[in-house]
Design a protein around this ligand. Structure first.
Ligand SMILES: Nc1nc2c(ncn2[C@@H]2O[C@H](COP(=O)(O)OP(=O)(O)OP(=O)(O)O)[C@@H](O)[C@H]2O)c(=O)[nH]1
Ligand SMILES: [Mg+2]
Length: 240
């Protein structure tokens, strides 16, 4: 009898209105690729809604976040904008890959070398034990520069297919392609990251990820620049 009493208490506590409000899930998405391909511009475009007037090479990693609502659930999309330059990233790489929910590989359609680097970026993911269950997408950026294309869509699509990734071609500078007569076939930056978030929402169990500063001190980085009003927080590495 005592058992059934406890069970009744348990079920009534579950249905009471005193349940805490649901917590916001955080999706950690890392953005990687060669220096200069536009990782900072793409993440800034998605989180701050505009193309940054001026960027400098990222040192270490910048975090940008945006709260979105998907099917009635609040989700925080946390973009890790990583440094493309080896000297600005080497001591921090292991932190990027911890608890990653998705990876965005970026190349510059006007720079063939950035496309040929993709296997090395994929290899880096492999070396950091990123499982095949982690969604990956391929983004060809700078579609507004149609006169300077070095990587055509067919080639990029073949590569994407070979690595089971969807391909998006876009421009961080001018993603609203309607009517500009220039990059009419490019995808919107907004749609790209929202597609990733939808995929994660549909596949992820209800687990809460922690933002970097709340992860028990596992990220041992020096705090650099603060949020300048655009949701960006930066950390540099001590050895750079
Ligand atoms: N035309 C054009 N220029 C872009 C676009 N995206 C970025 N750029 C320019 O490309 C340059 C490099 O952009 P970043 O976003 O700083 O490149 P990054 O990949 O973050 O580089 P690292 O931080 O060094 O790894 C800047 O001069 C940007 O203005 C784009 O879509 N179109
Ligand atoms: Mg950058």
């Amino acid at each position: 009898m005592a058992e059934s009493g406890s069970s009744a208490e348990f079920s009534s506590s579950l249905t009471s209105s005193s349940l805490p409000p649901p917590r916001t899930r955080i999706f950690k998405i890392i953005v990687i690729g060669d220096s200069g391909v536009g990782k900072t511009c793409l993440t800034y475009r998605f989180c701050a809604g505009k193309f940054p007037e001026k960027t400098e090479a990222t040192i270490g990693v910048d975090f940008r976040e945006r709260l979105v609502e998907i099917d009635g659930e609040n989700i925080k999309i946390q973009l890790w904008d990583t440094a493309g330059q080896e000297r600005f990233r080497k001591s921090m790489v292991q932190h990027y890959y911890r608890n990653v929910h998705a990876v965005v590989f970026v190349y510059d359609i006007t720079n063939a070398a950035s496309f040929h680097s993709l296997p090395a970026w994929i290899e880096e993911c492999k070396q950091h034990a990123l499982g095949t269950e982690v969604p990956r997408i391929l983004v060809g950026n700078k579609c507004d520069l149609q006169d300077s294309v070095q990587v055509n869509t067919d080639l990029a699509q073949q590569f994407a297919d070979a690595h089971s990734m969807p391909l998006f071609e876009t421009s961080a500078k001018n993603p609203n392609s309607q009517g500009d007569g220039n990059n009419g076939n490019s995808d919107h930056v907004e749609a790209i990251f929202m597609t990733v978030a939808h995929k994660l929402k549909s596949q992820k169990p209800l687990v809460l990820s922690q933002p970097p500063e709340a992860s028990g001190g596992t990220i041992n980085l020096n705090r650099g620049r603060d949020d300048g009003g655009d949701g960006t927080r930066s950390w540099g590495c001590t050895s750079c």
